[in-house]
Design a protein around this ligand. Structure first.
Ligand code: ADP
Ligand code: ADP
Length: 226
């Protein structure tokens, strides 16, 4: 995944907000990259442009060697997990996870096979028939991850995925997300304002402020700079 000079300016009621400015980043296959910075620094906007929910004002997004800057979200092989998980409340766990495969009109046996495969990896076996309201916060998060990963995206986007969990569960899910990411070797862009998450999970940390990149490097390089 490559971002070249990515810029987003919001124009509302005569005011202009430069949310992201001249953002350059190259993410290698299997890399875990974290965008770290305070609220309002442009993390979510960057993620939403990668996913295709926002069209950049200027700049380019290259995915698997192709320019997808102007492609709609469903034409990009990218999955995003939202802060709120956005699970379908009336569907069971397995129906939630199967959703993306059903849209792709995969044959039934293949849907079942893939759902079982990803449920094992994320640790949801036994919860197939539950509805989201019957799950703990951590379990709901696993469903959201499974639903995103089952379609085997080139890139996984995670927007503050741990912010709704209590401290103990946060630590547990940090370890789980890392394990799953390694096991699937999935290229991941992770957004957080939490330094501990960034330092403990990432191969590469991008420190943002005011829509710009302030620092970029591995956790050790970032940590050892003032
Ligand atoms: P972060 O995710 O780091 O908290 P955001 O990307 O959400 O930051 O926001 C970056 C800046 O862009 C903020 O100043 C925010 O108010 C502004 N912004 C984000 N989305 C919009 C929008 N749809 N319209 C106008 N301004 C926006
Ligand atoms: P986050 O913690 O993810 O940064 P925000 O509250 O910044 O959450 O953004 C939530 C949603 O609201 C996003 O879709 C963002 O684009 C939108 N948004 C953020 N700031 C503004 C704004 N000033 N005007 C309009 N929409 C905004």
């Amino acid at each position: 995944l490559e971002l070249k000079g990515l810029t987003k300016v919001f124009r509302n009621y005569g005011t202009e907000t430069v949310a992201v400015e001249a953002f350059d980043l190259r993410v290698e296959k299997g890399q875990f990259v974290t965008l770290l910075g305070p609220s309002g620094c442009g993390k979510t906007t960057t993620l939403r442009m990668i996913a295709g929910f926002e069209i950049p004002t200027s700049g380019k997004i290259i995915l698997d060697g192709a320019d997808v800057t102007n492609e709609p979200p469903n034409k990009r092989n990218i999955s995003m997990v939202f802060q709120s998980y956005a699970l379908f409340p009336h569907m069971t766990v397995e129906e939630n996870i199967a959703f993306g495969l059903r849209i792709k009109k995969l044959p039934n046996f293949e849907v079942k096979q893939k759902v079982k495969w990803i449920m094992e990896i994320v640790g949801l076996i036994g919860l197939e028939k539950r509805r989201p309201e019957q799950l703990s916060g951590g379990q709901q998060q696993r469903v959201a991850l499974a639903r995103s990963l089952v379609v085997e995206p080139s890139v996984l986007l995670l927007d503050e995925p741990l912010s709704n969990l209590d401290a103990k569960l946060r630590e547990q899910m940090r370890i789980e997300i890392k394990r799953i990411q390694k096991e699937l070797d999935i290229t991941t862009v992770y957004v957080t304002h939490d330094q501990i998450e960034a330092m403990s999970m990432s191969d590469l940390v991008v420190v943002m402020n005011g829509g710009r990149i302030m620092q970029i490097g591995n956790p050790f390089e970032i940590y050892s700079k003032p």
